[in-house]
Ligand binder design. Structure first.
Ligand code: FE
Ligand code: FE
Ligand code: ZN
Length: 276
């Protein structure tokens, strides 16, 4: 069954997001664990969580994806920024256990001028402090567009992080279609080859989710500007191929396109049609 949803505002709680996604035809969703620019998270509302867990069961809402704030930088040169990343991620993962067995996605970080190797070292270092044997949440490294000094611009960089983490059975990858295309993986003309490369370098077993976004920019631009499905440089046929692909069609897909709910409703509808 197709698992499709979009990014929703978490401000009114989990039950609200569950109802909202059903109202626009989806069966999963993504949300920020706190203000995307960082800041303090709201206390866990156990009543809301309980109501959501029941609602989710009754309505067949699948795996949900929590997204860490953008400001989190595990490989900043500034130790205080790295410590903030540690605190936010530890706290987020503790809270995720109220809704066990889901996914938590983060941008690996920007090494600024320290070099990717140093960045990879620091990101793995943070994960080695944060991950707990008993956790039920899978932490996902997002494939990045390679804007500025972003780490995670290549499959090799993600693989290098994973290899340095002891409890890496808790790690996976979220593939963002806009980001990989901007990073220089040609999923428009060579989807199959790109996926083969992913499988060889990282392994399909690590691929746990997709961010389905079109791109405002040309191939290899390293820009990271999302576009509505079918209105960007990836084009509708790329998403058709993704939805029909035997491995990709089994993964939960999250839209992060520039849309309000009504726009998301249309895109979800489109994905369902393409999936048939
Ligand atoms: Fe992201
Ligand atoms: Fe994304
Ligand atoms: Zn992006």
């Amino acid at each position: 069954m197709l698992q499709i949803g979009c990014h929703l505002s978490a401000s009114k709680g989990f039950l609200h997001m569950g109802k909202e996604i059903l109202s626009i035809g989806g069966n999963t969703f993504q949300f920020f664990t706190r203000n995307p620019r960082g800041g303090k998270a709201k206390d866990v509302d156990e009543k809301d969580v309980q109501a959501f867990l029941e609602f989710r069961q009754e309505n067949g809402i699948g795996t949900i994806l929590a997204h860490a704030p953008y400001t989190l930088n595990a490989c900043s040169a500034d130790e205080r920024v790295r410590e903030f990343a540690f605190e936010v991620m530890s706290d987020d993962l503790r809270r995720m256990e109220y809704i066990p067995g889901n996914l938590y996605n983060f941008h690996p970080g920007s090494h600024v001028s320290q070099g990717a190797e140093k960045g990879i070292e620091m990101i793995a270092g943070l994960l080695n402090r944060v991950l707990k044997e008993e956790q039920t949440t899978t932490v996902l490294l997002e494939t990045m567009a390679g804007k500025g000094s972003e780490v995670g611009r290549s499959f090799e960089e993600l693989r290098a992080i994973i290899d340095k983490v002891d409890l890496n059975s808790h790690l996976g990858v979220c593939l963002d279609t806009c980001h990989v295309y901007d990073a220089g993986y040609d999923i428009v003309s060579h989807l199959e080859e790109v996926l083969e490369e992913f499988d060889q370098v990282i392994g399909f077993g690590r691929l746990k989710a997709l961010h389905v976004n079109d791109s405002k920019n040309p191939f290899g631009s390293h820009k990271d500007r999302h576009e509505k499905i079918g209105e960007g440089t990836l084009g509708i046929q790329t998403f058709e191929a993704i939805v029909r692909h035997p491995v990709l069609r089994e993964l939960p897909m999250y839209l992060e396109t520039p849309n309000e709910l009504e726009g998301y409703r249309k895109e979800i509808e489109l994905f369902k049609k393409m999936y048939e």
